[in-house]
Ligand binder design. Structure first.
Ligand SMILES: Cc1cc2nc3c(=O)[nH]c(=O)nc-3n(C[C@H](O)[C@H](O)[C@H](O)COP(=O)(O)OP(=O)(O)OC[C@H]3O[C@@H](n4cnc5c(N)ncnc54)[C@H](O)[C@@H]3O)c2cc1C
Length: 255
């Protein structure tokens, strides 16, 4: 067990202090909600029992054309490994915060560059699962249970230029605390466009706001709370549904 202060731990700086279990062995833990580094989380005032992976799941092993990465390994560590070992395709991990378990579960990425593109298999409490047996779409997978390890297909050729382009693509992201994109992009329009069109770009309730820099970023301007965040999320959903007949779906995971 470990006490985590979620106001400090999560990237959006919301949440109380809670006991969190530390998982040290592969298995099924049906009563625990696994979390990663908290870059995509909005914690309610009454979250479920949570768990993180222990340090033994923080590793990178290269075997031929496969990279075997522990679920608790950070995106930054993996990017550095790829750079040092001249491995291509993972340049998009620059400025994509999270741990490999969370990144795979969310199919995180930038536009069409996403984790599932390069995945070979994962290790869960039910054994090895091949990518072919995982249903996934944009920013979503149907992975059940905890990702303890992910194996990726690798190719040679790290591109510094590509990494710099990816990092530049994030120049429009606000510096204030957030959990990344608040909503998934619907097929018709980007979520940021829709939020702007319904007049909510820069709009705040208390300490939370849809960023004036990038409307799909729900930012914490200081002492923002869970209740304020949820009010804004619901307001955007209502307005977009009314004006565009589009149902916005949150990308942020609410616990
Ligand atoms: C400034 C900023 C920019 C961002 N930009 C992007 C972006 O460009 N593209 C993008 O896709 N995302 C982006 N994000 C969101 C975030 O980086 C990703 O969602 C990332 O996958 C979160 O990883 P995490 O370890 O922090 O997971 P958490 O936020 O802790 O958890 C996210 C989800 O993953 C699940 N999970 C965590 N660990 C595991 C595990 N081991 N096994 C199974 N499930 C697990 C949790 O239950 C939860 O449902 C951004 C976030 C921030 C703060």
């Amino acid at each position: 067990m470990k006490i985590i202060d979620f106001k400090k731990y999560t990237s959006i700086h919301i949440g109380g202090k809670h006991d969190v279990a530390v998982i040290n062995g592969i298995g099924n833990y049906p009563n625990l909600q696994i979390i990663g580094a908290g870059n995509n989380l909005l914690l309610s005032n009454n979250p479920p029992k949570m768990a993180i992976l222990g340090d033994e799941f923080d590793y990178i092993i290269q075997k031929g054309d496969k990279l075997i990465v522990g679920g608790a390994t950070s995106s930054g560590k993996m990017l550095t490994y790829c750079r040092k070992n001249d491995i291509g395709n993972f340049e998009f991990l620059g400025k994509l915060p999270g741990l490999i378990g969370g990144l795979v579960k969310m199919n995180a990425g930038l536009k069409e560059w996403e984790m599932m593109n390069y995945l070979h298999s994962i290790k869960t409490g039910d054994g090895e699962i091949l990518k072919e047996d995982i249903n996934f779409t944009y920013r979503h997978t149907e992975i059940k249970g905890i990702v303890f390890e992910a194996t990726f297909n690798i190719t040679k050729g790290f591109s510094k230029e590509k990494m710099e382009i990816f990092i530049k693509m994030r120049d429009n992201q606000p510096n204030l605390p957030s959990a990344g994109s608040c909503f998934k992009n619907p097929k018709e329009h980007s979520a940021g466009y829709l939020i702007e069109k319904v007049g909510l770009k820069g709009y705040n309730i208390g300490g939370m706001a849809f960023s004036s820099m990038h409307a799909n970023f729900l930012v914490n301007m200081g002492n923002g709370t869970y209740d304020e965040a949820v009010k804004l999320i619901n307001l955007a959903k209502e307005k977009v549904l009314k004006e565009f007949n589009i149902k916005l779906e949150t990308e942020i995971v609410i616990l």
